[in-house]
Design a protein around this ligand. Sequence first.
Ligand SMILES: Nc1ncnc2c1ncn2[C@@H]1O[C@H](COP(=O)(O)OP(=O)(O)OP(=O)(O)O)[C@@H](O)[C@H]1O
Length: 365
Amino acid sequence: MTQEKNPAFVRFQGIEKRYGKVVAVKKMDLEIPEGALVTLLGPSGCGKTTLLRMLAGLETPTGGDIFIKGKRINDTPIHKRNLGMIFQNYALFPHKSIFDNVAFGLKYRAVPKSEIKDKVEKALETVRLPGVGNRNPSQLSGGQQQRIALARAIVIEPDVLLMDEPLSALDENLREDMRREIDNLQAELGVTTIFVTHDQREALSMSDKVVVMKDGLVQQEGTPEEVYNNSANHFVADFLGHSNFLSAVVEEKHNDVLKVRLDDKSSCLVSPVGNFEKGDKAEIVIRAQKMKLGYQDEHSPEEDMNFFHGTIVDRSYMGGEVSYFVELPGKQVLHVINFVKRSPYRRGDDVYVKVDPFHCRLLQS
Ligand SMILES: Nc1ncnc2c1ncn2[C@@H]1O[C@H](COP(=O)(O)OP(=O)(O)OP(=O)(O)O)[C@@H](O)[C@H]1O
């Protein structure tokens, strides 16, 4: 019989952290499922690190409770929480050998010497650096040092692996490789992992679940697809990717779609997120990648809804895609990203921008 995974392997209940007048984390409730890779994503200062440090035992909550496997751990000392931690600056001991660095947590736990050797070797193999035990950290590259930090964290077989911006010191290519490696390793080991980042691409590419935070509160949690495609509010839609926002007033309800009036008096069919009534003021969010461009003289006037006319005021080539800024008559500028194949347009061209109602998501403003 396969055992059910615990959906609340780690649980924060009404957790709060105040530093004097600053409330870094505000009575937050959050559950981390067993075996999942969950990222805490948000701008600088939103409380991600503080939340992680409270779980690690490096900060004391000023309110609320933390549970691991159903056991309240508020008063459990750091070394008894059985957590593996990796931080931005690796924090390897520079004068100890790689072997001793990786063995550190095991020695601390008084694991017998013969077992330590096996476990360290296995951990180094897992991070694909077998045989480097005798070297010092300075003899390894940044990416390799980060893998050693990973080996040191997993060798103790932690209940939860905590990673605070572990890739931010690496250059972009190496980051990409390490991202994939961490993702694969986490899936292979099945260890519950909490990963802190302010990089939305990082969060979307590797997580089972993304927790978007702002000002010490959770704004939305869900799979990468859910938070990206069904962003719950302006902040989440804006933080994840390139979004356009247009203010609108609800005109008519048509089953699943609504007809709204825009500031320039044109109409648009949209997909509502939540309940709206006629006359409600709201905001449409449209992803830059979900809009299509065409030349204005190719647009028949019968198809008027969900078309915007404007002029390209900026264009930048980005490799596989082209990014355009299109100024509408009311001076609002739309950001449109199209594949290169469909992008013959130049600065100064008069174009239309077309968007499917399904991709016009109406949010409460
Ligand atoms: N020791 C401290 N004393 C006072 N204020 C603090 C302390 N640690 C954090 N804060 C404040 O708490 C808030 C949350 O900080 P935290 O480091 O958790 O944010 P973060 O989302 O991890 O940001 P970053 O991505 O920049 O690390 C910030 O306003 C920060 O200034």
